[in-house]
Design a protein around this ligand. Structure first.
Ligand code: NAP
Length: 302
């Protein structure tokens, strides 16, 4: 079964229901361009066509490897959707001008960052650009102007944000004529806040699909730490019921169950684990099982 497709909102892009993240691509053990190509090809074969990048991933190195991989098989560029982000400036040997880690959502920086992303990935457009984190100095008019220029120039097709509160999302949207098509937020069995703090409710109200980063809590889901004992016990029970489903598959099934159409972003670089994740769409939990996992993970049912 191939990964299904979904639209982020009525005027938004169509993405694969499961997205491949590239944050860890060049972390040890770093993948080279050829290995990254294999990863992209395997994902595309599984129907995972959307890739989540950021200018800063891998100390400003992930986009470059991703671009080199695509250039080994340029026909892939027509089969995938690329998300990237901007707005964070890290202290890095690749950016000697940065003396302090900070946020920069000025028009000048947004445009320069996109130009650089296009150059290093050797792409003619970005499908979706996100402001990576809320910037306390954010000027929504300036961001809106940068987005409009990038869109009119054909460089970026769609825009969104990441880690924004409802209020910050509303503020930016109020100054834009283009729609914000997603808020990419942390969401998993281990991080459920957005289901309680209004973030999901707001997006649901506006028929916008959230993208869910760290769906396995950055790997903590698999930790032997005693704090996860209750959760692991329920996951083990459900694994028996669902033909030996892995904890990763059940954690994805738990996210898929939510009616707000959460779109998980995978972080593993292991092809066998990506294949297992792609099969998780077939697992249909019951409502009681969803709450059993919620409780076992520490969620309250007052
Ligand atoms: P994650 O899937 O929660 O965590 C990935 C980690 O879990 C990796 O270390 C991986 O190790 C491990 N893992 C995955 N499956 C496993 C399994 N079956 N058994 C044991 N370990 C397993 O996701 P993430 O990497 O934290 O984040 C995913 C993506 O979200 C990123 O690549 C990035 O695109 C995006 N993101 C966005 C933001 C933002 O602020 N917008 C922040 C963080 C992340 P192996 O590689 O060994 O499998």
């Amino acid at each position: 079964m191939s990964t299904s497709r979904t639209r982020l909102c009525s005027d938004g892009p169509e993405f694969s229901r499961l997205v491949m993240g590239t944050w860890r691509l060049v972390d040890e053990p770093a993948l080279n361009a050829k290995e990254t190509l294999r990863l992209i090809e395997e994902c595309v074969d599984l129907g995972i066509t959307t890739f989540d990048e950021a200018d800063i991933y891998g100390n400003y190195g992930s986009e470059e490897v991703f671009g080199k991989a695509l250039n080994l098989n340029p026909s892939l560029k027509h089969k995938i959707e690329v998300v990237t982000k901007c707005g964070i400036k890290l202290i890095s040997d690749k950016r000697l001008a940065h003396k302090v880690k900070h946020y920069d959502t000025t028009k000048e920086h947004i445009i320069a960052s996109v130009e650089n992303s296009l150059k290093v990935m050797d792409l003619d457009h970005i499908d979706l650009l996100l402001i990576h984190r809320p910037d306390p100095l954010m000027n929504p008019d300036e961001i809106a102007e940068a987005f409009m220029l990038l869109n009119e120039g054909g460089k970026v097709f769609h825009f969104g944000v990441s880690n924004f509160t409802v209020r910050q999302f509303e503020l930016l949207q109020s100054r834009m004529s283009l729609p914000l098509v997603t808020n990419q937020v942390e969401a998993s069995l281990l991080y459920r806040e957005l289901m309680l703090d209004g973030t999901i409710d707001y997006l649901f109200q506006h028929k916008i699909s959230p993208m869910a980063w760290s769906p396995f809590g950055g790997g903590a889901l698999f930790s032997k730490d005693s704090q996860y004992q209750d959760l692991h016990q329920v996951l083990a029970e459900l694994s028996q019921k669902y033909d030996g489903a892995g904890y990763d598959q059940l954690a994805l099934a738990w996210l898929y169950y939510h009616p707000a159409n959460l779109i998980p972003i995978l972080g593993t670089k292991k092809i066998e684990r990506i294949k297992a994740a792609a099969a998780a769409e077939e697992i249909k939990l019951s409502r009681e099982e969803w709450f059993k996992l919620w409780s076992a993970a520490g969620g309250q049912i007052p």
